[in-house]
Design a protein around this ligand. Structure first.
Ligand code: LLP
Length: 416
């Protein structure tokens, strides 16, 4: 059984034909393969099996409870960036003691909730955040485990919107400021210094920026040690890229050996926060062609999925593979595959060579990460359904929204 493959000319999600899913659940629908998630997680685990480590799956990539619960059952920890994500982790049966809390603007109630739940570590982003965490911990009679997010000023060579480790980015603090924050933290009664962290960007396809960041972090670890501040872990963030088109993604075993070689014989525990690596290629977006039209020299296939379902092409000009789920008899032509939304940015793919007929089903591959998680109700569209397929079984892990769901929190004021 493989994750998504063509069998007898038809795309299958594990052992289920995609056409059967469309019949039963409609479109647009996100389909995730359990086997693909398990394999990606296990590959990451295996690569670091010789070193004490903890994977903290980045919840933001796909926060569906069904996905979180699957990862929790495999022993995954979680990287959260909001109180909402923490509540999801708990709801899904995740272990708060394996949670790290990232993010540039943690709110008081979120810090309070995280302390009450006993999370593993706060990845601090500023001096004032240190004060806030200490103050809230004092109020609750707790001690907060902390790490400082360092911005290593390393170019992750990714899209400008997904680069986070350059000094012009809002994330983390400089090495200099980090030392000052650690020294201050040492004086505070309700925080305990645990680690150091960084996250330099997403969809990274080269190992060197990741190793360069580690080198810088290790220099800081030594500097801190020399002034009596000992750390027990390094959190290297997420960012490992996947194959969307013709990228050569990082080989996880080579990454692991480069990291372990750089670490040498230090006994620091490693934390990782992968999101896309775990779930990106484990999901597709299934959609139906509504109409085919031609304007001037351009052919458009208007499908029933749109930028509200999958915003990555519009926002990051990202390329995701699009294919018919069945061989079509239509002649091949070049199409822009677009949604019905009233924006020219509403496209899923441009200039794609496809054989398309109205009513056909297509799959947009590599949609598992930052697909549904970034979806919205723009143009008053109901958000898509999400399914988790395992072998022959289909689990609906999120029903398609209804119009009633969409307007549930709205009201019409009376005349006054
Ligand atoms: N840790 C931190 C602190 C992060 O900010 C992120 C992602 C991750 C881990 C997980 O990164 P990953 O392993 O998934 O690359 N919406 C964009 C990606 C934004 C990533 C934001 N931070 C996209 O669709 O490409």
């Amino acid at each position: 059984m493989s994750e998504f493959q063509f069998l007898d000319g038809q795309l299958h999600a594990e052992d289920v034909p995609a056409s059967k899913i469309a019949e039963e659940y409609g479109t647009p629908t996100f389909i995730y393969s359990k086997a693909a998630i398990v394999t990606a997680y296990e590959n990451f685990q295996a690569a670091f099996s010789e070193h004490d480590h903890q994977i903290c799956y980045a919840v933001k990539a796909n926060s569906n409870l069904g996905i979180l619960s699957l990862l929790a059952s495999m022993g995954s920890g979680f990287d959260i960036v909001s109180g909402g994500e923490l509540k999801r982790v708990i709801e899904a049966g995740g272990d708060a003691e394996k949670v790290v809390f990232s993010g540039a603007g943690k709110l008081a109630w979120e810090i309070e909730l995280a302390l009450e739940q006993g999370i593993s570590c706060f990845n601090l982003e500023s001096d004032s955040e240190l004060n806030l965490v200490n103050k809230i911990a004092l109020k609750l009679g707790k001690v907060a485990a902390i790490s400082v997010r360092v911005n290593p000023d390393v170019d992750a060579k990714t899209h400008p919107y997904t680069a986070t480790g350059l000094k012009e980015n809002k994330f983390g603090v400089s090495s200099r400021d980090a030392v000052t924050i650690y020294q201050r933290a040492q004086q505070l009664p309700n925080v305990e210094i645990k680690g150091i962290d960084c996250h330099i960007g997403s969809q990274i396809t080269e190992i060197s920026p990741l190793v360069d960041s580690l080198v810088l972090l290790l220099e800081l670890v030594d500097e801190l040690e020399a002034i009596g501040i000992s750390l027990s872990h390094i959190d290297l963030g997420g960012g490992i890229g996947i194959k969307y088109q013709d990228e050569e993604p990082i080989d996880i075993d080579l990454y692991a050996s480069a990291i372990q070689q750089t670490l040498g014989n230090r006994s620091l525990k490693l934390f990782f926060e992968p999101g896309r690596y775990i779930i990106g290629n484990a999901g597709i977006l299934l959609s139906r062609i509504v109409t085919i039209k031609q304007n001037e020299n351009k052919k458009f296939a208007v499908v029933d999925a749109a930028m509200n379902d999958l915003i990555r092409p519009a926002l990051y000009q990202s390329w995701q593979r699009i294919e018919n789920i069945k061989q079509s008899s239509a002649p091949r032509d070049s199409y822009d595959v677009v949604g019905p939304i009233c924006e020219s940015a509403d496209f899923l793919g441009k200039n794609r060579e496809l054989s398309l007929c109205e009513g056909d089903l297509i799959a947009v591959f590599s949609s598992g990460a930052y697909g549904f998680a970034m979806s919205s109700n723009y143009n008053s569209r109901n958000r898509a359904a999400e399914l988790l397929v395992s072998g022959k079984s289909i689990h609906c892990i999120r029903q398609r929204e209804s119009f009633a769901d969409q307007i549930r929190l709205e009201s019409i004021p009376g005349n006054d």
